[in-house]
Design a protein around this ligand. Structure first.
Ligand code: PLP
Length: 388
């Protein structure tokens, strides 16, 4: 009888880690060009929203196929700006149960009633069929997140919006330069919002963008962004100060020069991860929306809990000890957020189950062959240790 070889001890239990040096989870370093672009603004002494913001807006239109883009203070402000003209307090707004909180909290801030819709189990994007079932007489809008950088099924959402007469807001905070059926995201919906937060694919520290193809809406967004000011100290309506500044915009413009190449690298990384997960087994790769090309802000896998003797958190802790950091986007569905306790009616089940299973592997443009070797070996080792 051949002796069975004991699997190597997990680093968590005192074994040797696959790599003593952790794989970097993200890559955020500025280049000398980025620093020079920001320094040039500092040297000019003109720090307010100005030429660099205008440049970023113009280039974003060209890259995403939108007619108007406005820079703003962050992705949350971008949502707030877009929501205010597109639905009224008291309206029902279809929202994903599986997203970052801002997509929905800004609906509530506007006085809208969020109607939480379930996620598709494979892509984890909003389930348009479930959204259709949840329509009410008071539903006037749908807000969808292109979560993790993967576009939602835009055809299904647009068909629903057409049939029910809904406004559509796409939260593309994680989806810079994603495409759907060969078109940039600016081609779809009434408004598209982006975040330029420090860890996003395009990052200026804090920052946001809101795009639309509607001239009147663009004018309205501009007014809301800056105190409804139509002439110097003449305020036609109440608005906010949600402007970006030129230091941040200069960094955005400089980083934008590299974004297409970095996105291509992220796509190659996602293909490599898909292949690795197929070899490891017991972990499902994120499915891709037909017709969409995602930009892999996050690569979010799902642990098959029926094939392991551990929780997702234990699995991730073991991976971390082997040198592979992970993140959980997200540990609970939005209907489980205490902030929404007054507006939740039910807990859509797919979104709820995802919260127990998802984990994100390192994803950025600087992942090397050695990093992939470490991730694959660690995944095999941890999966083998916990397999039922
Ligand atoms: C899906 C989504 N929506 C909105 C936001 C809010 O963007 P910001 O942090 O720039 O306000 C984020 C940022 O994390 C996000 O991931």
């Amino acid at each position: 009888m051949p002796q069975s070889v004991a699997p190597p001890a997990l680093a968590l239990s005192g074994g040797t880690p696959v790599s003593a040096k952790p794989v970097p989870f993200m890559s955020l370093a500025l280049t000398p060009d980025d620093i020079e672009a920001a320094t040039a603004v500092l040297r000019s002494g003109i720090l307010r929203q100005g030429a660099r913001c205008a440049e970023l807006e113009k280039r974003w239109n060209e890259l995403t196929g939108s007619r108007h883009t406005l820079t703003c203070a962050n992705g949350t402000c971008a949502l707030q700006l877009a929501y205010e003209p597109l639905f009224k307090p008291g309206d029902d707004v279809l929202v994903p149960a599986w997203s970052y909180i801002a997509t929905v909290s800004m609906v509530v801030a506007r006085g809208g009633n969020p109607i939480f819709c379930d996620a598709l189990p494979g892509t984890m994007q909003i389930d348009a069929a479930d959204a259709r079932r949840r329509l009410t007489k008071r539903t006037t809008a749908i807000a969808c997140t292109h979560l993790y950088g993967m576009p939602v099924d835009i055809d299904a959402v647009q068909a629903l919006a057409r049939d029910a007469g809904l406004k559509v807001i796409y939260d593309a905070a994680q989806a810079h330069l994603a495409t759907y059926k060969g078109k940039g995201l600016g081609a779809f919906g009434d408004a598209v919002t982006y975040s330029l937060y420090a860890t996003k694919n395009l990052a200026t520290g804090e920052g946001g963008l809101v795009s639309t193809n509607d001239d009147a809406l663009a004018r309205q967004l501009g007014l809301l962004r800056s105190h409804g000011e139509t002439d110097k100290y003449l305020h036609d309506q109440v608005g906010y100060n949600y402007r970006l500044n030129d230091i941040a915009a200069a960094i955005g413009c400089s980083r934008l020069n590299r974004l297409a190449d970095q996105t291509a690298q992220r796509r190659r990384n996602a293909d490599r991860y898909d292949a690795i997960l197929a070899r490891v087994g017991g972990i499902e790769p994120p499915a891709r929306t037909p017709g969409a090309e995602g930009v892999w802000h996050l690569y979010t896998a799902r642990l098959d809990l029926g094939r392991v003797r551990c929780t997702r958190d234990e699995f991730c802790k073991a991976l971390g000890a082997e040198g592979v950091p992970t993140a959980t986007h997200y540990p609970r569905s939005l209907t489980r957020q205490p902030a929404f306790r007054a507006v939740v009616k039910d807990h859509p089940p797919v979104a709820d189950a995802l919260s127990q299973r998802v984990f994100c592997l390192p994803m950025h443009h600087d992942l090397s062959d050695e990093h992939f070797r470490v991730v694959e070996e660690a995944l095999h080792k941890v999966a083998q240790a916990y397999r039922v």
